[in-house]
Design a protein around this ligand. Structure first.
Ligand code: SAM
Length: 218
């Protein structure tokens, strides 16, 4: 490994120890994935040295790559297994999809901003994430042709949980989504079994808007 890669590996290890494990993330699959995915390669060259900081960063188009802790918290809440097929809405930088792709069989990810979709696809290809399928469209409508999904993660803030996403969850499926107004949201975890839908509130969070037919209007 060259000097630069070693430097970022050290920063990644510190991030996982100080921001992820020390704040209570325990799922070994999530910890291993976050130790592995090179977060600095999902941001612009100018921001690489800040990539392992305890904050979100801009990725262009007024969008952000989420803070490492929230990525870990949402991934853990999905309760992932290696044979799972997972839908992500809001590809953004591609980092969250890559973390999930380290754990599961296949990730389907949708982005509504064309330049971000193209950029993320190029990063997935260069890092050889062959199990990530990308799509440029309105994710509030889900991905009917590939449904049902074992887990669905929405990485932008929704006014309400789109019913269509619940309908694309398999039995035993989990959905994690920030829901609230345009400034703050609650992170909701929904679980679907034969008895119905069960919801838990994981606490406050702050995301950019989910814009689309079943989200906020532009
Ligand atoms: N998961 C991303 C990452 O790891 O970098 C962070 C995503 S960023 C906080 C939210 C993303 O959701 C933005 O890229 C935004 O364009 C996208 N988005 C918002 N509404 C969407 C929609 N209806 N369908 C797909 N993507 C959407």
């Amino acid at each position: 490994m060259d000097k630069t890669a070693l430097k970022y590996e050290r920063m990644r290890k510190e991030m996982v120890e100080n921001q992820i494990i020390s704040r209570g993330i325990t799922d070994p699959k999530v910890i291993a994935a976050m130790l592995k995915v090179p977060r600095h390669l999902f941001v612009s060259d100018a921001l690489m040295d800040q990539a392992y900081g305890d904050f979100p960063l801009p990725i262009g188009e007024q969008q952000t790559i989420s803070q490492p802790y929230i990525v870990a918290e949402m991934t853990q809440a999905l309760n992932l297994n290696e044979e799972d097929r997972v839908l992500e809405i809001g590809t953004g930088s591609g980092y969250q999809a890559a973390v999930i792709a380290e754990i599961v069989y296949r990730v389907y990810t949708i982005e509504r901003i064309h330049s971000l979709y193209i950029r993320a696809r190029a990063i997935f290809d260069s890092l050889q994430y062959h199990n990530i399928v990308t799509r440029y469209s309105d994710g509030t409508l889900g991905w009917a042709a590939e449904s049902p999904f074992d887990a669905i993660i929405v990485t932008a803030g929704a006014p309400v949980i789109p019913d269509i996403l619940i309908s694309q969850l398999a039995k035993g499926g989990r959905l994690v989504i920030p829901v609230g107004n345009q400034n703050t949201q609650e992170l909701i975890r929904l679980y679907r079994d034969e008895k119905g839908i069960h919801q838990t509130n994981l606490g406050g969070c702050r995301f950019v808007k989910l814009i689309g037919e079943q989200g906020w209007k532009e």
